[in-house]
Design a protein around this ligand. Structure first.
Ligand code: HAM
Length: 431
């Protein structure tokens, strides 16, 4: 009997695991150099935590179950509710602003498709305790810093920025009543996933007629470069409603990232807790699902029993990011860890020296390997060393009894004799 993994999950063989580690290392390195500290929480929470404020979209995709005591639990579909719970519990003892990041796995019972799986990794970064636009800008800078670290450029990806209050204002003018606003955000966020008829029916339920939907679609289709906010104000007739975006714009300019950013009122975000600026990262052709999404959520910590603490942050998944990097040729061919040195016996006498030597090299922090084969065929052993992409082969013949060995650089082919004691330094120099 053969078993398959559950739908929408992945097995990580060494090559995939090596890429996952490369990605998580980049996430971690970039978050740390931007001043964020790492946290984590449980893989599952009480179901209610997600029902409070994540919104219909996420609640309908929860993997939930009951424990033996009848408590209803759910696998985490996102990290923000856990973060809000953690902050609320320790709010008075935490130095502010709180700048945290984490790399949890998340589970959503979504229909698996390109860019969307049922288990994925999600890099989260959040700033809690500041209502200043510099915090929003720092989150966006962090995203851009990561994209650039992985080799992406503004011609590949954009950060699309919008504001819930601006969209709310437009929707209100088009006739959406206040009590249907969250449902309208959810519907708009899902519009690419819905059939046109489903979307129109949903819009009608919210009080929008066909004309109003068309008008909104027109506004959403237009994009405004980050240095052209005034144009956006004029074209939607919203002078005075964009103060937050104007201040944010100044910050983005100061961080030097305006070429990566554009304003796009089509971004509303499906999650219910956002209150202000919202943003998503998209591949420019628009062919891929969102690579990252986030925004300001100033009321969530209070809702979880903490003090009133403004917050802003984002989540970036590994799936679409990897697809985009792959398409742009930005994934290195081999990210498997390769040995610094492969030790090769070239005489019967040298064989018993191999294992103690490998052990000593490893104790010194050198990635050292040897073959399990019992051959003295140096050509074959060098081939094995090349296959695993070793940087050097360390060849031991009869002279190794007197402490002399041969070090072959497998990239340049250059080979030289040297005292065994000098090998670690020679290998480390080129590491
Ligand atoms: P989200 O938009 O639901 O936001 O997810 C953020 C990102 O996670 C998406 O842009 C995508 O890269 C990835 N993602 C989401 N669902 C899937 C899936 N089924 N398969 C693969 N990747 C997926 C949030 O989760 C918010 N909690 C982010 C946040 C943090 N807001 C403030 N702080």
């Amino acid at each position: 009997m053969k078993y398959q993994g559950p739908r929408g999950t992945r097995d990580f063989y060494p090559a995939q695991m090596a890429w996952r580690n490369t990605l998580t290392s980049a996430w971690r390195k970039v978050a740390i150099r931007n001043g964020f500290e790492e946290i984590d929480g449980p893989t599952f929470e009480l179901l209610d935590l997600y029902k409070v404020k994540s919104g219909e979209g996420i609640v309908s995709e929860l993997f939930h179950f009951e424990d033996r005591g009848g408590r209803e639990l759910a696998l985490r579909p996102e990290f923000t509710p856990t973060l809000a719970r953690m902050v609320a519990a320790e709010a008075n003892s935490l130095p502010r602003p709180i700048k945290w990041f984490c790399i949890p796995n998340c589970c959503r019972a979504e229909r698996p498709q390109r860019g969307r799986l049922r288990e994925f990794l999600q890099w989260n970064a959040d700033v809690i305790g500041s209502d200043q636009p510099v915090a929003d800008a720092e989150c966006i800078f962090l995203l851009v810093d990561l994209l650039a670290e992985l080799g992406l450029r503004p011609e590949h990806v954009h950060v699309k920025i919008s504001h819930r209050q601006t969209v709310r204002h437009i929707l209100a003018k088009l006739g959406v009543p206040e009590d249907k606003m969250l449902a309208a955000f959810d519907l708009l966020d899902r519009r690419d996933k819905l059939q046109p008829a489903e979307f129109t029916a949903g819009a009608a339920q919210l009080g929008l007629d066909t004309f109003a939907v068309e008008r909104f679609e027109q506004m959403c289709r237009r994009k405004y470069p980050a240095d052209d906010l005034a144009h956006l104000c004029r074209s939607i007739g919203l002078d005075g409603h964009l103060k937050d975006l104007e201040i944010l714009n100044e910050q983005l300019r100061a961080f030097g990232i305006t070429p990566w950013c554009e304003y796009d009122l089509g971004i509303v975000r499906g999650l219910a807790y956002y209150t202000g600026v919202v943003f998503e990262v998209h591949e420019v052709s628009g062919a891929e699902r969102a690579m990252a999404g986030g925004g300001r959520y100033d009321q969530l910590i209070e809702l979880f029993g903490g003090p009133s603490l403004p917050a802003v942050g984002f989540g970036m998944g590994d799936v679409v990011l990897t697809n985009v990097l792959y398409d742009k040729g930005l994934i290195p061919e081999n990210v498997l860890p390769s040995p610094d040195v492969f030790v090769v016996p070239a005489s019967e006498q040298a064989v018993p020296r191999i294992t103690p030597l490998v052990a000593e090299l490893r104790r010194q922090g050198i990635h050292a390997r040897f073959s399990y084969k019992t051959t003295l065929n140096v050509g074959k052993l060098l081939k094995e060393a090349s296959t695993v992409q070793a940087a050097y082969a360390l060849i031991l013949d009869d002279r190794s009894a007197g402490g002399i060995v041969s070090l072959k650089n497998l990239r340049s082919g250059e080979q030289r004799d040297l005292p065994l004691s000098e090998v670690p330094a020679a290998v480390m120099r080129n590491k």
